[in-house]
Design a protein around this ligand. Structure first.
Ligand SMILES: C=C(O[C@@H]1C=C(C(=O)O)C=C[C@H]1O)C(=O)O
Length: 291
């Protein structure tokens, strides 16, 4: 909030704020980009959140820019560009997006499937993968990401990020499917789960601010990838597990977004459109240089 000359309060317009408000993913998958983001800059304010929160904050202007679900970008592709060089992607297994099923996937026709409240990309990817495998659940229910309670209400449940990492190594007794792997086997493509979206309006009206945000995230990523020991120490502090566990996990992930990685994201957007999950066809529109 800012105070007008006459003393009345008004909500700050993101374009007129001198400082920048940035949303970033609070889970371990984004640590290589987010752990080293410079928190000391007084002009940059951070809002850590789950993907579903970040998607909403970006859409309603609570944040100027931020990592969000690639699906949220695709849903509003006319309004956003994607910062070059920044994503959470995998080519094959992702290691933290798992579908836990009480029975083999091909036996899920007519069953209830639970989706986690915090996801957009992976939930819609699961809908696509099941539909393309000819599987029609009786319904999808969206629930808090807790495996035991999800499986009380459904035959199978999707978890993402830290919840998926945690439950995948417990004694869950389920068939386990990695969605990055399932997508890659079906299509041959990489998958981009998160990217850094910027409203086109901000690019038009304040490109300097966008350049600052871009440099800021790229610098975080450069430092993170150069010091994976520190990233792994932070992941261990957050969730436990061994150094080897984290090294193996982070080796699966890629944080780049260029024309080559956009091929997989665009294939996902095409599939989302084909399945009626987004209102219009969408493409990744890359902004900026990587340096
Ligand atoms: C790699 C992951 O991807 C995340 C999955 C997202 C989604 O499903 O909407 C959004 C952001 C990503 O960081 C993960 O969950 O571990």
């Amino acid at each position: 909030m800012e105070t007008k000359a006459n003393g009345a309060l008004q909500v700050a317009d993101p374009l007129s704020r001198t400082h920048v408000r940035i949303g970033h993913i609070k889970f371990t998958n984004a640590l290589p980009i987010c752990h080293f983001l410079d928190r000391s800059d007084p002009e940059i304010e951070f809002l850590p959140g789950a993907p579903s929160e970040l998607n909403a904050w970006l859409a309603d202007g609570t944040v100027d820019a931020g990592l969000c679900s690639s699906f949220a970008y695709a849903y509003n592709a006319d309004d956003y560009v994607a910062l070059r060089g920044l994503s959470v992607s995998s080519r094959g297994p992702v290691g933290s997006i798992f579908f836990f099923s009480k029975r083999p996937l091909e036996e899920l026709n007519g069953c209830v499937v639970a989706l986690p409240t915090i996801s957009a990309s992976s939930s819609n990817l699961l809908r696509i993968l099941l539909a393309e495998a000819g599987i029609t659940p009786s319904k999808y229910v969206t629930l808090e990401p807790d495996l035991p309670s999800m499986l009380e209400q459904a035959e199978a449940a999707l978890l993402i990020a830290d919840d998926a990492l945690y439950w995948s190594v417990q004694d869950h007794g389920c068939h386990l499917y990695d969605l990055g792997e399932e997508w890659n086997v079906r299509t041959g493509h990489s998958m981009t789960f998160a990217l850094c979206a910027i409203p086109k309006r901000l690019v038009r009206e304040n490109p300097e601010k966008v350049r600052k945000i871009h440099r800021f995230f790229l610098e975080g990523k450069r430092k993170g990838l150069a010091d994976m020991d520190a990233v792994i120490a932070e992941a261990t502090r957050m969730l436990g597990q061994t150094e080897e566990f984290w090294r193996n996990y982070f080796n699966k992930l890629r944080y780049d977004l260029d024309e080559e990685w956009a091929v997989g994201a665009n294939a996902y957007f095409d599939a989302a459109y084909r399945h009626g999950l987004i209102p219009k066809p969408a493409k990744v529109e890359l902004w900026g240089d990587e340096e």
